[in-house]
Every structure is written in structure tokens, then in C-alpha cells.
Design a protein around this ligand. Structure first.
Ligand SMILES: Cc1ncc(COP(=O)(O)O)c(C=O)c1O
Length: 359
């Protein structure tokens, strides 16, 4: 068996140990004689898996008791709509910060349900920076303040939490959840799709403070009503059972790595060495402000874009896959989530250096 180094932005690489464990347990989970896929979600075996999943996420992220943890479907994209439906609580508007392609999508969707105040935007800088917190214009009468802590496409990450308002902070952590410890109490609501740092696609985690639950607009579909899902342990309808199990395996793997403080150190090391290599080269460059560069998604361009396709072809021939940048920004992007081993980043740097030398 030979496995590639997969730099995809998501769905992305999973820890090999997790895939192996899933393979071993595929036909017979813990001597039950059945696959997790075949279990009733109401049965005692699956409930054990579900309870462990929730307990492990609470432990890893140190989630306080006054927050609900939900495992939903529909991806982060469904949450773009469900957040205003659930938490505006009669308010007419919400604040959004525009820092890249994903916050733009969140804003477009929210506009169907409320007035949107763009509290800050880096669009004029081609989404290569985060506007100074001092410049944000937050409407204090609005329902909440939404931002995207890691812009997967533009490679922009918040390394500080904005604290200029008492409004609930609502954040799309799809591409950096579980990459570092968080102080959950700084947030009203955190949401994230699973397909980057948590497992395969198909699970959407919502961590929401109790006071924001129970105020949904009456037209909210029941499966997306936080109170209804919370009251039913995220099983108002049949959940994505096998995906919950796989996310659970990833969380157990993370605990074995030493938890989020340990994984953060590895993520700092991995990303710093790639940025340092790019910055020291005159052949490659990264356009993002140094203070807000993503540790997860690292876009870079070649000095001569005519070499792009040759770069990608040769990378692939060397077992380095999915380095093509998003079509909206071009160039390259290396997504190096938790499951990308440090040797994978070393191999990428070595390849890039060799390509530079021969071109
Ligand atoms: C930051 C961010 N938000 C939202 C999404 C959309 O997620 P989904 O496709 O699960 O709805 C993505 C997907 O890549 C993302 O990176």
C-alpha cells in the first residue's frame, strides 16, 4: 500500500491510525457482530459511541457546562442560514466581518434573513489581511457579531479574538477547529464542518451558549432548531452514525497526540517552516500579512505562473497531491491540517526547493 501526501483543503487527509482502526472494526465493532453502519442510532452500542464522542469533544475543547454541543448535518453552509434563524431572537440585524470567500458566503446567506452590517472588510486588500480591531464598526443593537477565524481559500487566520463588544461572537471554525486550544467562554457560538480537522464530511459541530438556544424563529425547520436538536441529543432524526463514529476516532487520536496544546505546537512548527522557506525564496511568495497567516491553509504563488502546471505535475509524480490553489485565487495552496505529518511538510519543502533549483 502506498499513500500519498494529500494537501487538499477538505475533505482532507485523515490520520492513518484512524483509517486502520476503522478498517479493523468495519465488519465487527467490538465483538457485536455488526458494523457501526448497521447499528440502530437508538441502540445501546451506538449510544455508547455517541456519548464518548460528546465527552471527548468537551474534554479536548474544555467546553463549559453552560454550552450545548450539537452534531448536525448540512455542513457549515446550512449554519450560514440557521444562525440568523436561531439566534437573532427578534433583532433585525447582525454584524459580519468580511475577510475572504467564506465570510462572503456567510454574509450572502444571512442577508436572506436579516439586515447585515459589514463591521469591517478587507476586500479592498484582496483579502490578504484582517482590518485592525480598532477600525471595526459594530452595531451594538444587532443580534451578534460573526467572523471567520480561518479563511480556507485566502489563508487568513485570526490569532486573536476581537473583544470590542458584549454581543455574542459567532464564528465559523470549519478549517481551524481543534488546531489549538480555545477559551470557549469568549464565544457565543462556534460551528464547523467535520471534513478538515475532525473526520470525513457529514457532521457539523455547533457549540452554543445556553442563552442563545430556544429563541428560534417559528419557521425554522425542526432539524435545524438548536433547542429541538439539543433536547433530542442531536438525534431528532437519524444522525450520520458512521461519520459520528469516525469523528470519535479522530478525537481519540488527538487525545493520544497530547491534546490541543500539543497539536498546536506541531501546527506552529509545520506552518512556520513552510512560511520561512517561502519568504526566503525569490521564486515563491505568499501575499498574506505576516500577523494573520493561516497555520492550516498556506497559499503561495510561483514567480512565473507559466510553470504552474509543470509544478503540479511534478509534485504529483513525487506523491504530493492537491496543491492547486482555489480557482478564485489561482496559484498553489498547501492545506496542512492536524493529520498532515510534519514529514509531509518537510517533503513538500524539499520538492519546492528542488523545483526552484531546476527552474
Ligand atoms: C471556512 C469554511 N466555511 C464553510 C465551508 C463550507 O462547508 P460545507 O461545505 O461543509 O458546508 C468551508 C468549506 O470548505 C470552509 O472552509
Amino acid at each position: 500500500m502506498s499513500r500519498i501526501l494529500n494537501f487538499s483543503a477538505g475533505p482532507s487527509m485523515l490520520p492513518e491510525e484512524v483509517l486502520q482502526q476503522a478498517r479493523e472494526e468495519m465488519l465487527d465493532w467490538q465483538k457485536t457482530g455488526m458494523s457501526v453502519m448497521e447499528m440502530s442510532h437508538r441502540g445501546k452500542y451506538f449510544l455508547t459511541i455517541a456519548e464518548q464522542l460528546s465527552a471527548d469533544l468537551k474534554e479536548l475543547l474544555n467546553i463549559p457546562d453552560d454550552y450545548k454541543v450539537l452534531f448536525l448535518q448540512g455542513g457549515a453552509t446550512a449554519q450560514f442560514a440557521m444562525i440568523p434563524k436561531n439566534i437573532l431572537a427578534g433583532k433585525k440585524s447582525a454584524n459580519y466581518v468580511l475577510t475572504g470567500a467564506w465570510s462572503k458566503k456567510a454574509i450572502k446567506e444571512a442577508k436572506k434573513y436579516c439586515d447585515v452590517n459589514i463591521a469591517a472588510s478587507s476586500e479592498a486588500d484582496n483579502f490578504t489581511t484582517i482590518p485592525d480591531f480598532d477600525s471595526w464598526q459594530v452595531d451594538e443593537l444587532a443580534g451578534y457579531l460573526h467572523y471567520t477565524p480561518n479563511e480556507t481559500i485566502h489563508g487568513v487566520e485570526f490569532h486573536q479574538v476581537p473583544e470590542m463588544t458584549d454581543l455574542p461572537l459567532v464564528v465559523d471554525m470549519s478549517s481551524n477547529i481543534l488546531s489549538k486550544p480555545l477559551n470557549i467562554e469568549q464565544y457565543g457560538l462556534i460551528y464547523a464542518g467535520s471534513q478538515k480537522n475532525m473526520g470525513p464530511a457529514g457532521v457539523t459541530v455547533v457549540i452554543v451558549r445556553d442563552d442563545l438556544v430556544g429563541n428560534a424563529d417559528p419557521t425554522t425547520p425542526s432539524v435545524f432548531d438548536y433547542a429541538e436538536q439539543s433536547g433530542n441529543d442531536s438525534m431528532l432524526n437519524t444522525p450520520a452514525t458512521y461519520n459520528w463514529y469516525l469523528v470519535g476516532l479522530v478525537l481519540q487520536w488527538l487525545k493520544k497526540q497530547g491534546g490541543l496544546a500539543a497539536i498546536e505546537q506541531i501546527n506552529i512548527r509545520k506552518s512556520s517552516k513552510l512560511y520561512q522557506f517561502i519568504d526566503e525564496s525569490s521564486f515563491y511568495s505568499n501575499p498574506v500579512d505576516k500577523v494573520c497567516r493561516s497555520r492550516m491553509n498556506i497559499p503561495f504563488i510561483l514567480k512565473d505562473s507559466a510553470l504552474d502546471s509543470e509544478f503540479l505535475q511534478q509534485a504529483q509524480a513525487n506523491g504530493l497531491e492537491a496543491l492547486k490553489g482555489h480557482r478564485s485565487v489561482g496559484g498553489m495552496r498547501a492545506s496542512i491540517y492536524n493529520a498532515m505529518p510534519e514529514q509531509g511538510v518537510d517533503a513538500l519543502i524539499q520538492f519546492m526547493a528542488e523545483f526552484e533549483r531546476t527552474h
